[in-house]
Design a protein around this ligand. Sequence first.
Ligand code: G6P
Length: 472
Amino acid sequence: MAKLIIVSNRLPVKLQEKEGKLTYKPSEGGLATGLGSIYKEGDNIWIGWPGMVVEDAEKQQQIHEDLHKESMHPVFLSEAEIKEFYEGFSNETLWPTFHYFSQYAIYDQNLWETYVEVNQKFCDEVVAQAGPEDTIWVHDYQLLLLPSMLREKLPDATIGFFLHIPFPSYEVFRLLPWRKEILEGMLGADLLGYHTYDDMRHFLSSVNRIIGHGSMHGWINTGSRSLLVDSFPMGIDYEKYATVAGSDEVKKRENIYRANFKNQKIILSIDRLDYSKGIPQRLKAFEMFLERYPEFHEKVTLVMLVVPSRDAVEKYKELKEEVDELVGRINGKYSHINWNPIQYFYRSYPLETLSAFYRMADVALVTPMRDGMNLVCKEYIASKLDQKGVLILSEMAGASKELSEALLINPNDINQLVESLHAALVMPEEEQVQHMRNMQVSLRRYNIHHWVSMFMDRLAYVKIKQLSLATS
Ligand code: G6P
């Protein structure tokens, strides 16, 4: 039977070893949480890195077997590959460039060469698993070369690619020394998907100006093949978030947490620790809010959950220090014996805890400097069963294109952020409910299942169209 092979750098589970025992925890980040619910259908499999260095062959075998039972196939990376491919080229070259932080980008030929080698390693594993009828769906910036590598080995394969982060404007993309090779790597796919129309347009413009292929209605002809580029805004597993939020367990947790915030409004912020998320800017805006609106002292708390991420990368270490310092400074300045304006947690949390926080939050503050989509804001909306609460959302997140009923802000405009916080905290309940309800209707409909079927249907259509183009 034909199956779907999902390929991404990170598997939806993360391997950990405690006292010689292997354990598997859910992975963080939009890709893993977004697709986590769908890959187990039928004979589908997911190929990716299990998140830990494992050199011992016996242990590797054990992990293979454990993961196989859960429809996953591990690709093991050595310590050097993690440094050069994952931390290096993926997260110190591509990530900053694609998020418009090109001043943070490192250009190093050695890192690039390891990036090519690791993409080849993934290619070998996919080729070993793929049957002729299978559909291969490659995800994200760590594997930009994989579509063409696969095309070379499996010329007739059905290959989709989806980018979960922004695709930058040509003027930024062209800074990369390997810009041509990267585009050529991506063009091996039959269908290339982006979260937004703007990302797709930026990609088409780079292909045109760097490689010289024009496009018509998203179709590119490379001379030997035709492929399609389109936008598919990713949704969430809406029912899962709504159901968890309505469970007794989550209600119980919410009651316990609430007891600590009597007569206070809660502003919630949840992100991986990443400079693209605008965490220091958000903290500074909250500080300015406290200064400008002293009547809210002791009446509001910012609950800030920061999930550790890529902590071996220099810029992430520096950011951690900056956040720690800012939180300390603001709390030091405003805290009372029975009130801390910021409750800061640096760790990851299970879904039930996040859900209780979503339920509790009067305001969700989602203010990235850049974000491909951002699923946290969608999870917040799906968890608001009573429809009370306000979302403040950055215009620079892909999600802002769909969630126009949120309070949209420019994260560089601190004054606007402060005034939006105030507007959110005093917004009448009927108005909150009206906006929340409208956003819920759209997110429930355009959920993760809708996203997957839109992408898959379009991919099947591309294959049919390619045949008719080849015979005409
Ligand atoms: C973002 C990326 C994903 C990545 C996730 C977590 O959502 O788009 O590809 O997996 O961040 O980052 P990590 O480096 O821990 O995989």
